[in-house]
Design a protein around this ligand. Structure first.
Ligand SMILES: [Zn+2]
Length: 309
């Protein structure tokens, strides 16, 4: 397989440079998942509007639908044409083969996720994947995961209780044993959103003290998965406590679905895809832009986030 290198802007910052700079500025890097070109266009439009860097994410399922190389090529083209600081992450990668596929396609980062396995097996598989993707390109950032934050960026009826949060000691051991560049711990975050969160009646709350302790013990960049529906103030405090990357997926999916329903309902005789899809791009863009502003410490109007209905 040919190595085509990561997608960094020619002569511009790498993903590591951006994370280091944002940490100094007290800002967080927004990670937004895309399944298709409508979502991709929305994320890029938000990056263009706010001029903030974005990390575009695609899980294995999203990559299977989009095509890993196709997505990497589109992002590369956008980056070259727009000069925007766009980066690409292979989100939730559960096998060595898929990690290598993303590395060879030119992704800037890989979220290696063996967190469903017992700790020692998680360590062994993550370490192997870190070494493999660094052999393709040492500049690729490798993320590892510990703890349980549930699966699926979907709307859920009820929260599953009894999830174990990550401890500072296991964070330290995991980072040391695997050589990862950033760690995704379980600190009260959760994949997906409850119905009450979609309606704006409830918010996720994070264990901020635990984030401080894990940051100190791990000494690497920290990623918050499952950010959708989190209280704004908790986002601000989590960034101050040491979170560097924040994943938002379900909020985008909810905005996509609701605006698509609305757009289709507007005129049952409309069959022109770009006329139907343009308002969808705009709705998702607004969610992304307001999250980016929040992560960069800017004031956000209350109706702009959380309640995407
Ligand atoms: Zn995630």
């Amino acid at each position: 397989m040919t190595e085509i290198g990561t997608l960094r802007n020619a002569g511009k910052d790498t993903l590591r440079d951006v994370l280091t700079r944002l940490e100094k500025e007290g800002a967080g890097l927004g990670h937004f998942n895309v399944s298709d070109q409508v979502l991709l266009k929305a994320v890029i439009a938000a990056a263009a509007e706010t001029t903030f860097p974005v990390l575009i994410g695609a899980s294995e399922g999203e990559r299977d639908f989009f095509g890993a190389r196709q997505l990497a090529t589109l992002v590369k083209t956008e980056r070259e044409e727009s000069d925007l600081p766009l980066f690409l992450n292979a989100d939730h990668t559960h096998s060595l083969a898929k990690a290598l596929e993303a590395a060879n396609a030119g992704f800037d980062a890989v979220t290696i996720d063996f967190s469903a396995l017992p700790f020692e097996e998680n360590v062994a598989h993550t370490k192997e994947a870190v070494q493999a993707i660094k052999a393709v390109n040492p500049a690729i950032l490798a993320e590892g995961e510990i703890g349980d934050i549930g699966t699926g960026s979907e709307i859920k009826e009820t929260a599953q209780g009894g999830r174990r949060l990550s401890t500072p000691e296991e964070a330290r051991q995991f980072v040391e044993a695997t050589g990862i560049d950033n760690l995704a711990p379980a600190v009260g975050n959760m994949h997906g959103m409850l119905k009450s969160m979609v309606q704006g009646k409830a918010k996720k709350h994070l264990d901020l003290e635990r984030i401080v302790q894990i940051k100190q013990a791990a000494g690497v960049f920290l990623t918050l998965h499952g950010g959708s529906g989190t209280d704004d103030e908790h986002f601000r405090k989590a960034i101050a406590a040491g979170i560097n990357i924040i994943h938002i997926n379900t909020e985008l999916r909810v905005a996509w679905r609701e605006s698509l329903d609305k757009s289709l309902a507007r005129d049952s005789n409309e069959v022109v895809p770009y006329k139907i899809l343009r308002p969808v791009v705009d709705s998702v863009k607004q969610v992304v832009a307001s999250r980016l502003r929040l992560f960069h410490g800017q004031a956000v109007s209350p109706e702009a986030v959380g309640t995407v209905a």
